[in-house]
Design a protein around this ligand. Structure first.
Ligand code: 48F
Length: 257
């Protein structure tokens, strides 16, 4: 059989278009493909919820690839270990209560199980705005990341979602858009995006689970974005909180859907 270049092009265009068209309306749209967003996608898609995830970068995994200071090992506590094992990631006990995993194995495994569970994952897409109607977010405004990087003036498109997850990490980009662009109050004690505090693994990891909740009608936070929104400490290269937060947000949304 001779390979036809045009057929290859048509396959990509048709298959991608049908994936994107089928994602224009979904149960949950997750912004950010770091450990928290991917874990949430896995648990939601596994329960047959139509889950779409947008990641700005070429590769998924957010800050997990680099472990700590680019040493590609991650540390988790026992709650994080349970999730890693559920996701098929091998863990190695370090000292009592501390477990390690290879960050490359962790990221690639979580991507794989989330995708195989049925999450529709779109890399190279930036979420640049939200759609707000009747005081509730009901959609996302998306554009090619290349448009953003090249600072081109190209209008985006919109997708509809029953719920949105802000899993954008330290930047808490969706909360920022709601507050700074929309001028709305968030469901924080001050009504504002409170900003993350200095490092403290113990408090940061505890608070992240408390802070995994609805931050605006229709929008939930997961992962580091939670602590950035609620003024809690960062926790550095311990990743159990990210995984547990991703699982918790999925459980909260499963109760609602
Ligand atoms: O930063 P990130 O890994 O967030 P996370 O899942 O995990 C945090 C840890 O990596 C680490 C930590 C551990 O203690 O503190 O930082 O909470 O992943 C966030 C992802 O979201 C993407 C971004 O490129 C990254 O891969 N992202 C951010 N804003 C947007 C976005 C956006 N507007 N549109 C699409 N993707």
């Amino acid at each position: 059989m001779k390979l036809d270049d045009i057929k290859i092009s048509r396959a990509i265009i048709e298959r991608f278009s049908s994936k994107l068209l089928d994602s224009l309306s979904c149960d949950v749209a997750i912004v950010g493909g770091g450990p928290a967003g991917l874990t949430a996608a896995y648990y939601l898609a596994g329960q047959k919820k139509k889950t779409v995830l947008f990641e700005r970068k070429l590769s998924l995994g957010g800050g997990m690839w680099g472990g700590g200071i680019m040493f590609n090992e991650i540390v988790v506590q026992s709650g994080g270990r349970e999730i890693l094992e559920e996701l098929g990631v091998k863990t190695t006990p370090f000292e009592e209560g501390y477990f390690c995993a290879d960050s490359v194995e962790a990221v690639s495994s979580i991507c794989s199980v989330a995708s195989k569970a049925g999450a529709r994952i779109f890399n190279l897409f930036s979420v640049e705005d939200v759609r707000i109607a009747d005081g509730r977010v009901d959609g996302l405004v998306i554009n090619w990341s290349a448009v953003d990087l090249a600072q081109l003036h190209v209008d985006p498109i919109t997708i509809r979602a029953k719920y949105i997850v802000d899993a954008t990490g330290h930047a808490a980009e969706i909360a920022n858009i709601i507050q700074n662009k929309g001028g709305y109050e968030l469901k924080t004690p001050t009504g504002k995006l409170m900003g993350e505090g200095p490092m403290c693994a113990e408090v940061g990891e505890r608070m992240i689970l408390e802070n995994t909740k609805e931050i605006f009608p229709g929008v939930f936070a997961a992962g580091m974005a939670c602590n950035a929104i609620f003024g809690a400490p960062r926790m550095g290269p311990i990743f159990g909180g990210m995984l547990m937060s991703g699982k918790k947000v999925a459980q909260l949304l499963l109760e609602k859907l």
